[in-house]
Design a protein around this ligand. Structure first.
Ligand SMILES: Cc1cc2nc3c(=O)[nH]c(=O)nc-3n(C[C@H](O)[C@H](O)[C@H](O)COP(=O)(O)OP(=O)(O)OC[C@H]3O[C@@H](n4cnc5c(N)ncnc54)[C@H](O)[C@@H]3O)c2cc1C
Length: 488
């Protein structure tokens, strides 16, 4: 068995682990990071940037949101079902964290809204390729470089399996290295940040009730299987609810042009199995809301419906809702791709020459569906007295061919599971900290209650980096002998 010594072992090198390692090393601790894969950055390499509240970008761009406003908004959204002290500390630190990252050479494009109803809290990382997915990989690289500069030692391809304790205190971790050899690292503190269980079908079923691959399609990166949750619970941490960070997906688009999903993600008419309309579709840009609406329907399915005239409008004028993730997608090959789907016998995407035929293909009640479309077309003329959708997005459905797609719940991964306090100390069922055990990021993100808070975008990466920093500060203080944790 290989043996190492450190003050602190950081379990995993996603943004939470990287931030924890840098902060702990800056505060004087000797740190080893064990990462399961060959890469650092975790799921955040796919994302674009973290949340900031009260930042200079918001002030400069006239989009300011104060700590007081964000805090109250957040606590009301979660019905005060979450730890107000932790939320406050995270939000209060978030602007300083952007400065801290800038000190490592990270630059930001500014403060952005994810969708029109959200606040401009999403701070997108600047890259040499402009705004787009994977921008946050640049931030992760800067965190990694800073950690190396501070003398943090990285053991890649070294998954941690167990937290070791001597009495009530953490005294080490057990891992397996890239050669399959057992590794023991003696340490005074461990910070768990393994990113949740978004790739673990069994855990998702047990914890959330969703059947991953059947009624939920998580797009979490591989390898996020709840290792940290299991290790923390085994070490005595309280088992908090594990939730999906929900989103929604268009089913059946594999092998087709991105224009198909881009068109069906627009605020088109949304109906359920009964052929009934389900929401103000304008709100569907908030993927948390769409996830919840779809999850509440029979078989967790909704249908996005449109006609040839709407496709023509998107082709000519561009799509109605544009985001920074899908800035202005080219949808000119939508009809060709729907034709391709039909030829391939795709059973999730539908087109027909009449509304009745479309309903039969979708397997929904044709009469009710026709009534719903008639009522919806009426709202397009006189205003939506049912769900109050803005007139800009009310487009009548009348011109064949008609198109529909199935919308299903999906998710970025799981959030929550390990009880922590505002110092990111992992706590037992008695709410007292376990000496030397800390958790951060998705594993410990219990702050959304049942639904991800997308009205303040950048929230999950923001929580990961800020909770990582807090855990790094707390653990460094603990190992220096001035710790916050109570000794038994
Ligand atoms: C496509 C996509 C886009 C996103 N965009 C954004 C965005 O723009 N803004 C935002 O706020 N959020 C975004 N998110 C969410 C955000 O990326 C996550 O909230 C964040 O990465 C969580 O950080 P983390 O450090 O907790 O976990 P992760 O980033 O998931 O990292 C976990 C790490 O743990 C490692 N690991 C797992 N088990 C072990 C083990 N046993 N031992 C050692 N290592 C282990 C994994 O290999 C991984 O490197 C996005 C997510 C996805 C999937």
């Amino acid at each position: 068995m290989k043996q190492y010594q450190a003050d602190i072992v950081v379990v995993a090198a996603g943004p939470a682990g990287l931030a924890a390692a840098v902060q702990a090393a800056e505060n004087g601790a000797r740190v080893i990071v064990c990462e399961k894969t060959a890469m650092t950055g975790g799921a955040a390499n796919m994302g674009m940037g973290p949340l900031g509240i009260g930042t200079r970008y918001q002030r400069q761009e006239g989009k300011e949101i104060t700590l007081e406003k964000a805090f109250n908004m957040f606590m009301e959204y979660t019905h005060y079902n979450v730890d107000a002290r932790l939320v406050r500390r995270y939000f209060a630190q978030s602007a300083d964290t952007l400065d801290w990252l800038e000190g490592m050479g990270v630059e930001f494009e500014g403060a952005f809204r994810y969708f029109p109803q959200s606040e401009a809290t999403w701070h997108i990382v600047k890259t040499d390729k402009g705004i787009g997915p994977r921008a946050a990989a640049v931030m992760n690289k800067a965190l990694y470089n800073r950690a190396v500069e501070l003398g943090v030692h990285f053991l890649l391809k070294t998954p941690v399996q167990k937290i070791l304790k001597e009495g009530p205190k953490v005294c080490g971790v057990l891992a397996t290295d890239r050669d399959g050899e057992a590794v023991q690292i003696d340490c005074k503190a461990a910070i768990i940040c393994t990113g949740g269980a978004g790739g673990n079908k069994q855990m998702i079923l047990e914890e959330t009730g969703y059947r991953h691959g059947e009624d939920l399609f998580s797009f979490a990166i591989p390898g996020l299987v709840g290792d940290g949750l299991r290790m923390a619970w085994e070490a005595g941490a309280d088992h908090m609810p594990v939730r999906m960070e929900g989103a929604a997906s268009v089913e059946g688009c594999e092998g087709l042009s991105a224009s198909v999903s881009s068109v069906f993600y627009q605020p088109n008419l949304l109906v359920n199995w009964l052929g009934e309309r389900v929401m103000n579709e304008e709100q569907a840009s908030n993927s948390t809301f769409l996830h919840n609406v779809v999850s509440h329907q029979k078989d967790k399915i909704c249908f996005s419906v449109l006609d040839r005239s709407i496709v023509e409008h998107y082709e000519k004028d561009g799509v109605d809702v544009r985001s920074l993730v899908r800035p202005n997608p080219d949808v000119s090959d939508f009809c060709d791709n729907m034709e391709k789907a039909r030829e391939q016998g795709n059973t999730k995407l539908y087109q027909a020459d009449s509304l009745r035929e479309l309903a039969e293909k979708m397997g929904i009640d044709p009469e009710r569906f026709e009534q719903t479309v008639t009522a919806y077309n009426g709202y397009c003329e006189t205003g939506d007295t049912e769900f109050f959708k803005d007139k800009r997005f009310l487009l009548p459905i009348w011109k064949a061919p008609f198109y529909a797609a199935r919308i299903r719940p999906s998710g970025y991964g799981t959030v929550g599971g390990i009880r922590i306090n505002e110092n990111c100390e992992a706590c037992g069922p008695d709410f007292y900290p376990i000496p030397g055990l800390y958790a951060a990021g998705a594993d410990a993100c219990n702050i959304y209650d049942d639904s991800y808070m997308f009205l303040l975008p950048g929230n999950s990466m923001g929580f990961a980096i800020n909770s990582g920093r807090i855990a790094g500060m707390s653990a460094a203080e603990y190992v220096s002998g001035k710790g916050l944790s109570k000794e038994e």
